[in-house]
Write a new protein. Structure first.
Length: 364
């Protein structure tokens, strides 16, 4: 399958981006270096191209009740201008995708993972009944994310919207550098940050304006590599690694977005059973000797296999190996000492409470 390009491809190449295929798109893993970009986001700010993400507009008089049925979180609790992290599940509780739901004045916007775009759209259409319109706007909407403790100050110079008034998981529809945009206080890094949705024809000018506004404030263009290390330090799940259709939200630590008390929704019966019988949990493992766990590495207690690593890296912030993985109960408790089999070598690790990195500017 030939990769698609985001509207910012030329800018990535001009900046020296190391381009790879991800979710069907050509995207940069890094520009100057993963560690440098990672630490810039933690201490100053980084700008990401996230235009590969998919956007669906859901409208019609039955839109809210439809989304209430096909997502695990409580859509009815949203006010206009509010966003929500959620997931869609099959009847067996397996995760179809983790998503964002935005409540606009007369419609909802769903943001889905790039690789799941067609699958999600087909599934939603197959369950749509009543007065519901589902439009795939993914090719028409561009998305960039500015993340880091200086992100608000940089972005504020480009908009009349008061960014200080935007609470976490809320958004405004305003203008940025004169272009219509949704400015959303969301992100995937654990830092203060904003995601900007705009017409794909405008997103290039918005990128340029943000880069210019941040040039004397330490802003760095940031790629997929540090997006991954940043989210791992926060134990934010990546679809295809930590969650997929063989995992459910309860064992994945997403019980907080799963409203089992709401009226019947897809997967509810299976998830009630899962909650009553949790066999394993997605946990944080910090290496206690120098080693880097990677996806697929077995996790052991003595000689017994008790789990598997789903994501792992050398944490640039903590300068130690960290991993996220499923561990069978009762070995999932914080403080439990385990072994990780890294290419045949047994390396020591300990289960720790999430997140790994606890000094973020997220709520500043």
């Amino acid at each position: 399958m030939q990769e698609k390009n985001t509207p910012l491809l030329d800018r990535h190449i001009e900046l020296g981006g190391n381009m790879v295929s991800f979710g069907g798109y050509l995207l940069p893993t890094h520009y100057s270096g993963i560690n440098l970009e990672h630490l810039a986001v933690r201490s100053k700010a980084g700008l990401f191209d996230v235009s590969h993400m998919g956007e669906f507009i859901i409208s019609g008089s039955d839109a809210e009740s439809f989304l209430q049925k096909v997502t695990v979180n409580d859509v009815a609790s949203l006010s206009v201008g509010q966003a929500q992290y959620s997931a869609m599940c099959y009847a067996n509780g397996g995760i179809i995708d983790d998503i964002l739901v935005y409540k606009k004045k007369n419609e909802f916007m769903l943001v889905v993972n790039a690789a799941n775009n067609e699958k999600d759209l087909d599934w939603l259409n197959s369950h749509a009944k009543g007065d519901i319109r589902i439009e795939n706007m993914s090719d028409d909407i561009g998305l960039v994310a500015i993340q880091g403790p200086r992100s608000r100050n940089i972005l504020q110079t480009l908009t009349d919207s008061n960014l200080t008034n935007i609470q976490f998981y809320h958004f405004v529809e305003g203008r940025l550098n004169g272009k219509k945009a949704i400015i959303s206080r969301t992100g995937y890094t654990g830092e203060l940050g904003f995601e900007i949705y705009a017409n794909s024809d405008d997103i290039g000018e918005i990128w340029d304006a943000i880069m210019k506004a941040g040039q004397d404030k330490g802003l760095e263009p940031a790629g997929l590599g540090c997006r991954d290390t940043l989210r791992m330090e926060m134990k934010f799940s990546l679809y295809g690694n930590d969650i997929d259709d063989t995992t459910n939200p309860i064992e994945a630590g997403l019980g907080w977005i799963t409203r089992l008390g709401k009226t019947d929704f897809m997967g509810k019966k299976a998830l009630l059973k899962a909650k009553a019988n949790i066999a394993r949990r997605l946990v944080c493992l910090e290496m206690t000797e120098r080693a880097i766990p990677r996806q697929g590495c077995p996790i052991l207690m003595n000689d017994e296999s008790v789990g598997i690593i789903t994501s792992g890296t050398m944490s640039p912030s903590l300068e130690t190996g960290i991993g996220i993985g499923y561990v069978n109960r009762p070995f999932d408790k914080s403080g439990t000492e385990l072994l990780v089999d890294i290419r045949g070598r047994m390396k020591s690790a300990v289960v720790v409470k999430p997140p790994f990195y606890k000094n973020g500017s997220l709520m500043d």
